[in-house]
Design a protein. Sequence first.
Length: 222
Amino acid sequence: MSTRPLTIVEPPRALRPAAPEPPGRRQHQAVVVWNLDGTLTRRDTLLPFLRQVCGPIQVGRAVAAATGRDGPRALLLQQLLGGRVTAEVDVVARRYAQHLFNHLLRADCRRRWQWHHHHGHHLVIASSSPEVYVGHLGTLLGADTVIASRIASVNGRLTGRISGGDCRGAERARRVLAHLTERPAGLLWAYGNLPADRDLLDLADIAIRVRPLRHLYAMTDA
């Protein structure tokens, strides 16, 4: 019996530059920026990670306490990761990243990732999820750059505070632009799946919105 495919996407949008491109821009390497949760992976990755670190009961209580309050993600991270030994959380993060790599990546998006890699594109993961495990997943995937929310650490312990702001929405787009200032792109691709990814997708020459239920179509050299 056939199974339903996993993702649905809109066709890529080739966006016209707002102004003439600087001379020689197209000589630069193409840059491909991927959202993580629901784009590269089949679902959210933060709460399962926090359950790995803290246990489901403590996470459930923290979620209930943060519901309806401003900045619930920041509250969760402060309550659940604050005071924990950085090295111990890193051990869990490495194991969790391996689990994501082995079991939770979307097969069609992983094939697209590999297509970009084969063509020598500069691969970036830009995620609001914590860098503590997104960085390890990026290493496993062979990402060139990881841009993610950073949890501050003092004297070998996490504070739980997000350093430099939550890497989502306009803040994520700002960080991607800062990266592109240091490394100009010949052609900028972006992949995302939620309204929160709009700022990221709006930066791209080719913007692809990944949706549930259908496979991401295959890419060919043509």
